[in-house]
Design a protein around this ligand. Structure first.
Ligand SMILES: NC(=O)c1ccc[n+]([C@@H]2O[C@H](COP(=O)([O-])OP(=O)(O)OC[C@H]3O[C@@H](n4cnc5c(N)ncnc54)[C@H](OP(=O)(O)O)[C@@H]3O)[C@@H](O)[C@H]2O)c1
Length: 291
């Protein structure tokens, strides 16, 4: 069976690329933006017509993910995150493949006060969040054979995201500030990649399932500040980290204050064992240290 991964050079795409060696009975195809631009309908048609897609699974890891920049160029964010998702969802019906589309906790405002469940109504507060919600609605329009997997605070040792940036700041030894009033559930990209393979194994032989949403993140929730402190603790680094409120940082994009995700539905449906965020973080930090 074929598994096609779009946006394969991103952090989730890279985690799936590494994991594919363990699951080598699948016929994996890794497509970068250059190989397969999900906003280019003609190219998608050409690619899917040339490959026998019946029964295949496409995992859409491609996205416009720059939350700050999206405020200045909403049309670019919507083009990839909404229209690109729509193109893939439509192609899934036309070419007979199953689609796993990745979405985000940023579809929520963060005002609920407890972890978000799949059926909570999205109310995004940023352009990025709105564009990703637009993508979800397009995928939901395709009523069969698509899954939306929402994740949150994704990080890896391979890309320069939150964990690596904090690590570098700690190593530099100069005091720095981290936001205190943002709570979420961190997700280690290799853990999400494993779960996506598990989900693929569940859906590969199911004909015509209802399009639905699942949440996945590592277990537990934490503030950005305490997340950074934990990295410092793991590497026994005493650089001062100051807690600040998000309003003090003059960021363009609003972020949800508490967008932790409830993953119970996913855990039950797919029989998952989910690691605590601290355990996954320790592995990531050890990997960064060994580079
Ligand atoms: N990062 C997070 O904290 C986070 C949190 C929650 C959910 N998510 C979601 O998780 C998924 C994976 O995120 P990630 O962190 O792995 O993102 P990422 O590292 O930014 O990777 C996204 C990839 O998509 C590619 N891409 C952009 N436009 C494309 C297009 N038109 N056609 C094909 N590929 C395109 C990018 O290519 P270029 O590099 O060439 O631009 C990049 O390789 C996304 O759906 C994201 O919204 C991420």
């Amino acid at each position: 069976m074929k598994i096609i991964v779009t946006g394969c050079k991103g952090q989730l795409g890279t985690a799936l690329t590494s994991l594919s060696k363990k699951y080598d009975t699948y016929n994996w195809r890794f497509m970068s933006r250059v190989d397969l631009d999900i906003t280019d309908i003609d190219r998608l048609d050409e690619f899917f017509s040339k490959n026998d897609m019946t029964g295949s699974v496409v995992i859409n890891c491609s996205a416009y993910t720059d939350v700050e920049k999206a405020e200045d160029e909403p049309e670019k964010a919507f083009l990839v995150n909404r229209d690109g998702a729509k193109n893939l969802a439509r192609a899934s019906s036309s070419f007979g493949f199953k689609l796993i589309h990745i979405s985000t906790d940023f579809v929520f405002s963060g005002d609920k006060g407890s972890p978000y469940k799949e059926d909570d109504i999205p109310d995004p507060v940023s352009v990025y969040g709105k564009s990703k919600y637009g993508g979800e609605l397009e995928v939901l329009n395709c009523e069969k054979n698509c899954l939306i997997v929402r994740t949150s605070w994704l990080y890896s040792a391979t890309h320069n995201t939150f964990v690596k940036k904090i690590y570098s700041k700690l190593i530099s030894g100069k005091p720095f500030s981290v936001v205190l009033d943002e709570i979420g559930s961190p997700t280690y990209a290799p853990d999400l990649a494993e779960i996506l393979v598990t989900i693929t194994e569940h859906i590969k032989n199911v004909n015509d399932f209802q399009t639905s949403i699942y949440h996945f993140c590592n277990k537990g929730e934490v503030t950005r500040y305490y997340f950074a402190k934990k990295i410092a603790e793991f590497i026994r680094n005493s650089t001062s980290i100051h807690p600040v409120l998000s309003d003090e940082l003059n960021m363009k994009a609003k972020r949800p204050h508490d967008s932790a995700l409830d993953c119970e539905r996913t855990v039950e449906k797919f029989g998952l064992k989910v690691r605590l965020w601290e355990d996954a973080l320790k592995e990531a930090v050890n990997e960064i240290r060994s580079e």
